[in-house]
Design a protein around this ligand. Structure first.
Ligand code: SAH
Length: 251
């Protein structure tokens, strides 16, 4: 059976998935805990990458080289920078760019030197299946998230958006910085700290990659006071429900 790698940056993001993974076994490599288990008949390796591009790239490489996974899915949270995105919406990545990559004037801004690329695409077929699982879950969000959290975070008719995600080694939490990002990358829907690194590793190894991010904040001065609570009570439950639906329907 071929294995699927499931990644998140932080423990809170994956806690519901890990709690629900039957008969899991932990293998420690490169200082990370990799959880091996089976879910809906699929063999999974679930791991926390830790935060930032280098940590994520190392983790993706270990998943591929050591555990032999044949596809990788990243699920977690991100700051919304596109118009119309609100906390509780979900973004499915079509491609990733490193917003902090700048080797100009030797290479164009955002281009990864020697790749001739600034945007790294995700796998279309894998993303489409994950996106359709996400649509199913978002259509019935009250079934997956507690009424208290729906109220606190004003989760009304959360939507799925699809497009570009920008990654960089920076937690963007001020309006002037996110304004700058919007000017530099007008198509970017969300900002986070790992996805572009995993996308690049998956391009190197020709491994299908898909990523889904729940919007936890709008990358401005109003980041929710209770970021951890949002992840625990909303984003982690979305991840669990979407992954379960995706695996149940064939992955
Ligand atoms: N205050 C948090 C910071 C975690 S870093 C803490 O102390 O735990 C934020 C994580 O969430 C990263 O893994 C990143 O991918 C994602 N993220 C969410 N919102 C973000 C934003 N506005 N800018 C950058 N990354 C963000």
């Amino acid at each position: 059976m071929t294995s699927i790698g499931i990644m998140s940056a932080m423990h809170e993001e994956l806690v519901a998935v890990l709690d629900g993974l039957p008969d899991k076994q932990c293998v420690r490599v490169a200082g990370r805990d990799f959880w091996l288990g089976n879910w809906h008949g699929h063999s999974l390796v679930v791991v926390l990458s830790r935060i930032g591009k280098v940590a994520a790239a190392t983790t993706a490489t270990v998943l591929i080289e050591h555990f032999g996974v044949k596809q990788i899915v990243f699920t977690g949270v991100a700051g919304g920078i596109g118009t119309g995105l609100k906390v509780g919406d979900v973004v499915l990545a079509h491609s990733f760019v490193q917003h902090d990559m700048d080797a100009s004037p030797l290479f164009p801004r955002h281009e990864v030197p020697l790749y001739g690329l600034s945007h790294f695409e995700t796998d279309k077929a894998l993303s489409a299946r994950l996106g359709s699982a996400a649509q199913t879950i978002l259509a019935d969000v009250d079934r997956h998230v507690g009424a208290d959290a729906v109220d606190t975070f004003a989760l009304q008719a959360p939507r799925l958006h699809e497009g570009l995600i920008a990654s960089g080694d920076q937690f963007v939490a001020d309006a002037s910085r996110s304004h700058g990002l919007r000017q530099d990358l007008p198509d970017a829907l969300a900002v986070e700290m790992e996805g572009a690194a995993v996308a690049q590793v998956c391009v190197d190894y020709e491994i299908p990659f898909a990523a889904l991010r729940t919007i936890s904040d709008c990358a401005d001065d109003n980041a929710p006071a209770d970021f951890s609570r949002f992840i625990r009570e909303v984003a982690s439950l979305y991840s669990q429900a979407v992954l379960s639906e995706w695996l149940r329907t064939g992955a």
